[in-house]
Design a protein around this ligand. Structure first.
Ligand SMILES: [Zn+2]
Length: 733
């Protein structure tokens, strides 16, 4: 306990405060005082220690408390030139504040003069509570600070309980066979999950996670807590159980060490915002709160205002890099006939990497003419751009790696024989102010000149490490760095890698925030080779995610199964590519495997048979009329094990307010498994539900909630690799 070192008077004051309900406390706070924040599922109590703040407990109402023995340690020293100066933090009661939504405890150091703000904010009356640490340099000279975690905890496990850890991989490249992990937390359990803008999938190493983690009690309540990171740079979550202690840390990735970051005079460091929330009823119970919270707190209100969100899209990659004006106009005409909402021009339209102007041979009338054609057909127009990538084009306006102005924005000196790949070049470090300014103007120009409704970024937007000593980030360690070539670009690994990502990601957020202000209603698709940049910082600055880079039905369903644990389904885009479909049942299975969230068809639809065309048109109609409202608003339940392509799998949507839902049912490849029972969730046991099989694979019927949840909904499909959509409507008495 960090009290009692002050005067007796102050101690008495503390005791007095303890007699009051904490929610009644008004600022200013005193040393040792406790304050509380709560939402419907999450209650936290914090304490203002003399030299350090502390989270005391986290509780799900009605469930046992998670008592915290220690929270994050504040930085203890700063560097200036060759000198290291210890920092002594002292609570500043006048600057601190607590009300029903916001606790902010301020600590100051006199010499060096620093201010640290430790804050917790409840932005909704449900869902998690956000936490951040901000350190300001109030001196008149540059300082360097070491790693400051966003959040650390040491829960006391008393009495020892059975716990399960749930975490979810990114769908980077191809979703792995596991994807969603549920692991028992036995004594000695030790785990670290990492995330970056690269979604690294190195052989032999654990795959990157969506920066989120959940711990639940393995009892009937299935209650617990989860934590997520609202940042796209290099971050990590660690968890370790030792006897009666479950401890861990959340924030920037301290590895490779030593991390250091610059504080300009008057400048500040902001730890990535994390959110911490309580839940019961397991991961779906957590997900149904978190998804709603992400939409309300991180989502763009302009985007969600549009009832056509999520859109149905036709993407030009069905024609690959060969796309040209004739093909684009043909696709637009066909897309309009199919009823889709947007035509999305993928890679292949530009002059060269880094030269983001339409190729005049392919688009003699420019790109705006294509956008206008889409608009005349009632479609929106979206465009793929790798806007931080430089190449070799010498045309005016191109980002050329040899340009003396641009050369220093590269993460290292490139060899003379360097060549870009067809749609990938060298990522510039947008953490450099001049590079950021260039990118800001370039994005603004592209959005305006080409009449965009949607901008997709791809490639690797954020520099992977940097070898430069004259950039705002820390310099690399000259004795311990690795420079290598990957995907045609140069990457650097050194102790400054996390700081490089810290600066570049903040620049990316600033660029998009500014463009969003200028163009309300413009959509941003987050793509980094599909599914590598799926995190809550991107969710706060973009509108939807490409969730994997492999587009067959199974990969699409696996990536959706994983990602939908933590992000709103409407923000999860599946690209549906051509897949061998012998029967219409297989064709619909292919489409529906990408219809649980945002649907992008990535096929030249003009090559479809008349039957396929007619079937697709009906599916698009169904999506827009019946499925989209559920995808936007309904609770989501994972009512099967993760898809394996062999057995059955399914997802249930249930909208409590409209009392409507749907089950997406997919049959695998086992010849004997012609029927399956899906145990549904979220229904009222005694209510009666009208069940209708959209493809009429079974007669419609009426069943009680009890029957559907305990016995299950029986689905019978005669063909392997086929599907059914089963609509559920609660009957009024
Ligand atoms: Zn750099």
């Amino acid at each position: 306990m960090m009290i009692g070192m002050d005067s007796f008077a102050r101690f008495r004051q503390r005791a007095l405060f303890l007699l009051l309900p904490t929610c009644l406390l008004l600022s200013p706070l005193c040393v040792g005082q406790k304050a509380e924040l709560e939402t419907a599922e999450t209650q936290i109590v914090v304490e203002a220690g003399m030299d350090m703040p502390r989270l005391l407990s986290l509780q799900v109402p009605g469930q046992p408390k998670w008592q915290n023995r220690a929270s994050e340690t504040l930085i203890q020293a700063v560097e200036s030139g060759d000198e290291t100066t210890p920092v002594h933090w002292r609570f500043d009661r006048d600057a601190s504040h607590a009300d029903a939504k916001n606790i902010s405890l301020v600590y100051e150091s006199e010499n060096p003069h620093l201010r640290l703000t430790w804050s917790w904010i409840a932005k909704q009356d449900y869902g998690p509570i956000e936490h951040q640490i901000r350190i300001e340099n109030l001196t008149e000279h540059e300082l360097w600070i070491p790693m400051q975690d966003s959040f650390a905890f040491d829960w006391q496990l008393d009495p020892p309980v059975e716990l399960e850890h749930v975490y979810v991989e990114k769908g980077a490249n191809t979703p792995s066979p596991v994807g969603t992990h549920g692991v028992q937390i036995a004594d000695g359990y030790r785990w670290t999950g990492t995330s970056s803008t690269y979604g690294d999938i190195d052989e032999g190493k654990p795959r990157e996670i969506i920066p989120w983690s959940l711990v639940q009690r393995e009892d009937t309540s299935r209650s617990g807590w989860y934590v997520g990171i609202e940042f796209s740079g290099r971050t990590r979550i660690s968890l370790e159980r030792k006897h009666d202690s479950l401890h861990g840390a959340v924030g920037l990735n301290p590895d490779p060490a030593p991390f250091r970051t610059r504080l300009e005079p008057g400048g500040s460091f902001e730890s990535p915002v994390v959110f911490v929330g309580g839940f019961d009823h397991g991961p779906d119970g957590a997900g149904n709160i978190l998804r709603r919270w992400v939409r309300a707190v991180l989502g763009n209100p302009e985007t969600w205002k549009n009832h056509n969100f999520p859109l149905v899209v036709n993407n030009s990659w069905g024609g690959g890099m060969a796309v040209n004006e004739e093909m684009a106009r043909r696709m637009i005409g066909d897309a309009s006939g199919l009823g889709v909402d947007m035509f999305h021009m993928d890679a292949g339209w530009f002059r060269a990497v880094g030269d983001w102007r339409p190729n005049p041979q392919k688009f003699p009338h420019g790109l705006a003419a294509i956008a206008d054609d889409a608009h005349q057909h009632g479609l929106k127009f979206g465009l793929w751009v790798d806007w931080t990538q430089a190449g070799l084009s010498t045309e005016s306006g191109a980002l050329n790696i040899r340009d003396p102005k641009v050369r220093d924005w590269m993460v290292t000196d490139l060899p003379k024989d360097w060549q870009p790949e067809p749609f990938k070049g060298q990522t510039i470090d947008i953490g450099v102010p001049a590079a950021k300014d260039w990118a800001q103007h370039e994005v603004e120009r592209i959005v305006t000149d080409y009449h965009l409704d949607m901008l997709e970024h791809d490639g690797y937007l954020v520099a992977h490490g940097c070898d430069r000593a004259d950039h705002p980030h820390a310099a690399p360690d000259p004795l311990n760095k690795c420079i290598y070539k990957s995907w045609g670009a140069y990457w650097v690994d050194s102790s400054n890698s996390t700081d490089v990502s810290y600066h570049a990601v903040r620049a990316y957020y600033e660029i998009y925030s500014k463009v969003r202000k200028q163009h309300p209603g413009l959509l941003f698709e987050i793509c980094a080779d599909g599914g590598r940049m799926v995190d809550f910082g991107s969710a706060a600055h973009g509108d939807y995610f490409s969730i994997t880079d492999t587009y067959d039905p199974l990969s699409n369903r696996r990536a959706f199964y994983d990602t939908s644990h933590v992000l709103p389904a409407a923000m999860l885009e599946s690209y549906v590519e051509n897949w061998p479909a012998t029967r219409l049942e297989n064709f619909r299975y292919m489409l529906r495997s990408g219809m649980m969230g945002w649907l992008t068809i990535m096929m030249d639809t003009t090559t479809w048979s008349a039957d396929q065309h007619a079937a697709a048109k009906k599916e698009v109609e169904l999506y827009k009329k019946e499925l989209r409202p559920l995808i936007r608003e309904a609770d989501l339940y994972h009512v099967s094990p993760r898809p394996d392509g062999v057995h059955w799998d399914g997802i249930e949507y249930w909208d409590q307010e409209r009392r409507r839902g749907v089950v997406y049912a997919f049959r695998g490849t086992v010849p004997e498994e012609g029927t399956h029972l899906f145990a549904l969730k979220g229904l009222k046991p005694l209510a009666r539900y009208a069940i209708s099989f959209h493809d009429h694979t079974s007669p419609d019927r009426t069943l009680t909630g009890n029957q559907l949840m305990k016995y299950g909904l029986q689905v019978r499909l005669p063909y392997v690799n086929s599907s059914e959509l089963i609509f559920i409507a609660e009957q009024t008495q």
